[in-house]
Write a protein that binds this ligand. Structure first.
Ligand SMILES: Cc1ncc(COP(=O)(O)O)c(C=O)c1O
Length: 377
């Protein structure tokens, strides 16, 4: 069994992808070819975000977004610690200070009370906080209304790291368009992934878009070799855009399947009455279910469980075993006054199960029954 099955999806759309790649080989515009604009337009229609910039990775989309927001060295950004490294890394790359906040136990997402604790602590220690990066962990968007309330009261911007949650829905808006600016990743294992590295930046703010656009081309101005800013090589390859155009066509139906599968997982675990905590989705929200992540009881030995699941041909993964604020390069950055209790608990008890749109009812029955049996006997 695969943790994420990209082969079945490829079989479905292989002919179309071959044709798209063949078109790129024929026109030969491997850099900034017409497929880039076409994809940006399609992503803009899908997300209802006015401006979309395709770029080289989710990490570079975060970096370009922070450049557009004007983050300066020494300025702080509140980020969750229970996330992938890029969220904090992009802040550090600009000389900024990641200020680590706790997350909620039920949703895995950044907690507004912990954000307020960060703000109070920063005021006392003279740290200047400029914004908040939310992360739609495992596919569920953060509770943006609550976060915006705290952000507005403290004149902070909100930047959504939707690397895992692109395509999710919050109060009838698509993730990618829930705040001033959002980033996503097209890493192959993401809900919308390409066949290499890729990412995109979304905003309704033309000024942010113009800065990010220039910076993803080395800070280019009106002339190709006249630079207005210091930037980077942040372009998406044309071939990846061509692949994504075909993948985007089936993305919506795949999101429906992911939601059905998550529902079936939950039903099966409830029926078995397994002693685990299931992922919770907040009202008026639809996750993109990048991962199906459960919390194990304290009594369960997670390493041993993983080995025994593997023996039964069920791959599992731990996202994330060590919170970012505990990692060597990040351990001297400030953390919320609540000491990130929930983050520490989650890093010890989470486990992610296979999740992709082509998981069958039989697969789910086998996974849930096997996990139940291992935990109980
Ligand atoms: C939450 C989060 N942010 C950022 C990224 C970075 O994306 P990429 O690998 O495309 O640079 C990832 C990818 O794993 C992620 O999960």
């Amino acid at each position: 069994m695969d943790f994420i099955d990209l082969k079945t999806q490829q079989k479905l759309i292989r002919n179309n992808i071959d044709e798209r790649i063949s078109n790129v080989l024929n026109h030969g515009q491997y850099i900034q070819g017409p497929e880039i604009k076409e994809l940006e337009n399609e992503l803009s229609i899908f997300s209802k975000s006015k401006f979309v910039l395709c770029c080289s990775s989710g990490t570079d989309a975060l970096l370009l977004g922070l450049i557009a927001l004007g983050l300066k060295p020494g300025e702080a950004v509140i980020v969750p610690s229970f996330t992938f490294a890029s969220t904090a890394e992009a802040v550090c790359m600009l000389g900024g200070i990641p200020f680590f906040s706790d997350v909620k136990l039920d949703t895995f997402n950044i907690c507004e009370k912990s954000i307020s604790n960060c703000i109070q602590k920063a005021k006392k220690s003279g740290i200047s906080i400029k914004g908040i990066i939310t992360v739609g962990l495992f596919g569920q968007p953060s509770d943006m209304n609550k976060i915006k309330e705290v952000a507005d009261a403290n004149k902070l911007w909100v930047f959504d790291d939707a690397a895992q949650s692109f395509g999710a829905v919050y109060n009838n808006n698509i993730s990618g368009n829930l705040c001033e600016i959002s980033a996503t990743s097209f890493f192959p294992a993401k809900p919308l992934g390409c066949y290499g590295d890729g990412g995109a930046l979304f905003t309704n703010n033309e000024n942010f878009f113009n800065i990010a656009y220039s910076c993803h081309l080395h800070g280019m101005g009106s002339d190709k070799y006249k630079y207005e800013r210091i930037g980077l090589n942040g372009r998406l390859d044309t071939i990846q855009a061509a692949i994504l155009l075909e993948k985007l066509k089936i993305f919506e139906s795949e999101l429906i399947e992911r939601n059905k599968i998550a529902g079936n997982y939950k039903k099966a675990f409830k029926r078995l009455n397994t002693n685990i905590k299931l992922p919770e989705i907040i009202p008026n929200t639809k996750s993109s279910w990048a991962q199906f992540t459960i919390q194990l009881p304290e009594s369960c030995n997670r390493n041993e469980l993983q080995v025994r699941m593997k023996d039964k041909n069920i791959p599992t993964a731990i996202y994330y075993p060590i919170p970012i604020h505990c990692q060597t390069p990040y351990k001297d950055f400030p953390i919320s006054s609540d000491n990130l209790k929930n983050t520490n608990v989650l890093s010890n008890n989470v486990i992610s199960l296979p999740m992709h749109p082509y998981l069958t009812a039989k697969n789910i029955e086998y996974i849930t029954q096997t996990l139940h049996d291992i935990i109980n006997y």
